[in-house]
Design a protein around this ligand. Structure first.
Ligand code: PLP
Length: 389
């Protein structure tokens, strides 16, 4: 039987970018010791107090169908969090609870894009972006950000591709680059969106991992609340990756239609997960959960400052560092394979996240401080030998 091209072309026919990760996992399974600096998953698990709230809710009977838009108390809590963070008045009618940020990204593109519409996104990008856009029948259009700009996208580059497009997807704090878009970058983006009448889909799942200053949401900029769909999640802020709980915040009319989409797709998020998320949002754990990444980023800056082969893309947030290894003469993929071979350290090639990050590698700060610092020292020493060869 014929399968729909919308399904079979989801990944665009290319590599999925996870080859180095998969090879490292195979070797670990075969008994080798490898330091994995690859995936965006905390090295701690969900806090026991959140699990206790989840268990109490389930045992208390919240195991049936839950309200499809989200339980009112959680929608209110998300609205309060976003109002407080951004200053934009936000109520429960602006909030849809989703099974994680990824479902939110898919649903937001469904809301913004008609069949065949061009949907812009910034390269380097989180691996699912092009597939998410193809999944709603739209056409992914990458806009390259440059290493010399610290991977802050330029408004002119977006503007040049924006004519007739339906949406622009941005992500700050950014995976994979660790960049946090500054106010001028966000204002430039907002101007392009207003000029070309674009929906802005703002992926803010790392909003609690900002190393200097406060998180800035483009929804707060003039004229943006009516055209912005913010995607958020409990995954990164509360180490709840497996619980699958996130949200879309946007105009009430868009949310009303998205509730209809949720009804025909996910049919909501389990009630006991939502009760756990509600507890977690009130528990004040965000700083504690972000603290290991803040510490490791400081360790990394010290280590990288003592050498001059590996460059650090200015790191403003999220649990990743983007390292420039072009001085070694290798591209990101060749460097990652060689590093795995010689040093038993697994990192992600920049090329796994698009063309713009070629010659770079992404390091996830997701192992204990000592192991992280030791691995980074070895990575730098390895790069220096390669550069000298
Ligand atoms: N957006 C970005 C930039 C991510 O890095 C991730 C996960 O790594 C997600 C969205 C999806 O997160 P989740 O679906 O777990 O909320």
């Amino acid at each position: 039987m014929q399968l729909s091209p919308r399904l079979t072309n989801l990944n665009g026919g290319g590599s999925d970018g996870w080859e180095v990760f998969n090879l490292a996992r195979q070797r670990i399974a075969a008994g080798e010791t490898i330091t994995e600096l690859t995936i965006g998953e905390h090295d701690i698990r969900t806090d026991p107090s959140i699990l206790a709230a989840m268990g109490a809710s389930a045992r208390g009977g919240h195991t049936g169908y839950a309200s499809v838009p989200g339980i009112p108390a959680l929608r209110d809590a998300v609205a309060a969090r976003i109002s407080q963070q951004s200053g934009v008045p936000t109520t429960r009618d602006n909030v849809l609870i989703t099974p994680g940020g990824q479902a939110g990204l898919f649903m937001a593109h469904h809301a913004a894009c008609t069949e065949g519409a061009r949907a812009l996104f910034i390269d380097p990008y989180y691996a699912t972006y092009p597939g998410t856009i193809r999944g709603v029948g739209a056409v992914p259009v990458p806009v390259k950000a440059r290493p010399e700009d610290g991977f802050q996208p330029r408004a002119e580059a977006i503007d040049a591709l924006a004519e007739g497009a339906a949406s622009l997807l941005i992500n700050s704090p950014n995976n994979p680059t660790g960049a946090v878009y500054d106010r001028a970058t966000l204002e430039g983006i907002a101007e392009v969106c207003r000029k070309h009448d674009l929906w802005l889909i703002s992926d803010e799942v790392y909003d609690t991992q900002v190393w200097d200053g406060a998180h800035l949401s483009p929804r707060a900029l003039p004229g943006m609340a009516e055209r912005t769909l913010v995607v958020g999640s409990m995954s990164k802020s509360h180490a709840m990756t497996g619980s699958r709980c996130g949200w879309i915040v946007g105009p009430a009319e868009a949310i009303a239609h998205l509730i209809a989409l949720a009804t025909v797709t996910t049919y909501g998020v389990p009630g006991f997960v939502q009760d756990a998320a509600l507890f977690a949002l009130g528990a004040g754990l965000e700083e504690q959960i972000a603290a290991p990444f803040r510490r490791r980023r400081a360790l990394a800056r010290d280590i990288l400052a003592r050498q001059n082969t590996v460059g650090l893309i200015p790191s403003g947030g999220a649990m990743y560092l983007m390292l420039d290894i072009r001085a070694t003469g290798l591209d990101g993929r060749a460097f990652a394979y060689a590093l795995l071979e010689h040093e038993k350290i697994a990192v992600m090639p920049g090329e796994s996240f698009g063309q713009a990050a070629s010659g770079h590698i992404r390091v996830a700060m997701t192992v204990a401080d000592d192991a992280f610092a030791a691995a980074l020292e070895r990575l730098c020493a390895f790069a220096a030998t390669r550069a000298a060869a």
